[in-house]
Design a protein around this ligand. Structure first.
Ligand SMILES: Nc1ncnc2c1ncn2[C@@H]1O[C@H](COP(=O)(O)OP(=O)(O)OP(=O)(O)O)[C@@H](O)[C@H]1O
Length: 219
């Protein structure tokens, strides 16, 4: 920022294992979103290296990064970013129409439990349902990686539990490597692995011996 240099991340060294469900925990400003955006090819690091399998993402051009995101990454954000004038099915079809080996919008919406809401517009859906449409849209192209930035940040605890349950099921049924950002410690218990960030650095990285079913989480 002008003359002031801000180090959003410092010395982060991290490897995500295929198929794991990771929760990234940290206080506001700890660098979670910056890390997720770099991992997803939305941002590029000012220094350091980042690989997706053998592909050096830090060396790709913007259009190559766009292709990487389109082919491999699904994103879910705190605010659902659905297109208001399109139904749930049409929102998902926006992605399936350009993906190379997608599932049908109907299958994606069935996986998130919204079979009977397919023809509803976002304004006719609850917050939790809108987030589940956003998850259906993110997984419909069968991405290898699903990145979720505070997916339950705008939801109450029981609705949030349902949304996290969907993420846990998708991870186990489709084997999608999943990273979920939160500042909520309780959500850590649903993960295979919990990584804590503080002031731009990883302060701990541990595996849960047992995963809690997300639908049972309350906060
Ligand atoms: N575009 C930017 N310009 C300057 N500083 C930034 C920018 N984006 C983030 N930062 C700073 O980098 C640090 C990390 O921000 P980041 O958004 O990654 O944190 P976070 O852990 O996701 O926070 P939150 O939970 O509040 O979203 C913060 O100190 C933030 O102020």
């Amino acid at each position: 920022m002008g003359d002031v240099e801000i180090h959003a991340l410092r010395g982060v060294d991290l490897e995500l294992i295929s198929g794991e469900l990771v929760v990234l925990l940290g206080a506001s400003g700890s660098g979670k979103s910056t890390l997720l955006n770099i991992m997803g090819g939305l941002d590029t690091p000012t220094s350091g290296e980042l690989y997706y399998l053998k592909t050096p993402l830090h060396q790709l051009t913007q259009s190559q990064l766009t292709r990487f995101r389109r082919d491999h990454v699904g994103f879910v954000f705190q605010f659902y970013n659905l297109i208001p004038s399109l139904t749930a099915r049409e929102n998902v079809a926006m992605v399936t129409n350009i993906a190379s080996h997608p599932m049908s919008p109907e299958e994606a919406l069935e996986r998130v439990g919204l079979t009977n809401r397919m023809d509803h517009f976002p304004s006719q859906l609850s917050g939790g349902e809108q987030q589940r449409v956003a998850i259906a849209r993110a997984i419909a192209k069968r991405p290898e990686i699903l990145l979720c930035d505070e997916p339950t940040g705008a939801l109450d605890s029981s609705t949030g539990g349902l949304v996290l349950d969907v993420l846990q099921q998708i991870n186990s049924e489709l084997g999608t490597t999943t990273a979920v950002i939160t500042h909520n410690e309780i959500i850590g218990s649903m993960a295979d692995r919990v990584i804590r960030l503080s002031d731009g650095a990883i302060t701990s990285d541990h595996r849960n011996l047992e995963k809690a079913p997300a639908r049972d989480l309350r906060w």
